[in-house]
Design a protein around this ligand. Sequence first.
Ligand code: ZN
Length: 440
Amino acid sequence: MIILLFVFFIIFTFYTSCIQFEFPVYRVVVDPGHGGKALLPKDYHGDRFDMLSMKYKDIFREGAKYRQYYEHIYTYEIAVRVEKILQLTLPDGDFKKFCSIVQKYTNKPFERVCIQSFVSRQPSLNSQMLHKDPNAPYRLFDSFFPDGTLQEGRISYINSLHPHMVVSIHFSLNASRYYRGMNAVIAAPYNFLYKGLQYLQGNGGNRSFFYNSNYADWFTETEDKSSFFWYCNDVMMYFLGYRMTSNYQPDIEAFRGYRYNMVQWMYNDPPGWAHIAKYHPAKTAYADDIKQFEPDNAFFNREQSTFEKYRRDGGYEGYGGDNLYASNEIIRYVLYNLYMHGVRHKEQRLAPPYISIWSIPLHVNAINAYMELGYLARPYTRYILDNHLDDMAEGIAAGIYSLFAGIEVSSKISCAPYGKKIDLKKYTINNNNNYFTIVR
Ligand SMILES: [Zn+2]
């Protein structure tokens, strides 16, 4: 009996040491967009809960829909498939099966890593789930029950997992010809946003810094105003929390809240901040006069760090940092997969990124691959969803793996992935910590 126990002990020790030490382990959150419903009234069912007004600032964004094609359904269907494939890389997974997938992309040997994957939400809300606060499991930001208890949103949940990478999957409804294809969604780097603040404060000179930048291709909410206008509007929201008037001033009627205080992480203002913020004092990050605004708090200090520069500026794409590289690389893997399956179409292309101050890229420390994988109003996207959903998921999973291990693809077709892994060492802080673990 004792010998038997000893044998079990040896086997158990060997097994757990394999899990812990044999291969590098990376954590990836697959984040399927949306899931809840744009129910009214907003005061009960919205998102973006603001501590100053104690109200939601947004209706719940339920995502794109075209006929019977719902974005939130397909994003979830893809996410669970990606998770299943990545689970093959774990010590108790079927790594041979994973190799047979990767061998479709390369005939060269590749490094082994383990990828622990999580999906950021449950299946989408359906009619059976209409309880009191049906959007609670799907909100991006934290909210508060009427009794004052905190309900953590999806971004807080993501940060609690300390992921190395967050892969956000979306589809859009339609876009101009320029954007047709598959697009990355990225947050501009701090330096570029700060130049906008200086411009709005009257110290910035002319607008040429904007038009000469890699980030000039700014996301426009409507076509009736210039990309520079929308850039300034987003700069205003990013720093002051207000939308902008047509005179380039804070719109005092349109306060959108301090997003960095709507999630649980290390960069919140100290407890009680809302009691100070509601007076919008000058020479603080709560000022409502743009000339009196100072980006001086934990969040804006983080924004100015080199780690954020790595995430959002420079890198293999020449701009956009590791976030843009990760997004574009995963898209290239999807395109490569579709090409290998004989699919050809003029919209099967890597299209330009959507650049703005998006919530998920800004409020996680992980590398964020955020992608619009197509347009539901376009027949090509619907064809892919109907016929190549598994292939799309496989391309995403292979792309994620390559970003950690590097997979040099065999065919040098025009949309071929670069196959270079991200240098994660630059995010190291000390022996025990890196940027991804210090988020919460
Ligand atoms: Zn979406």
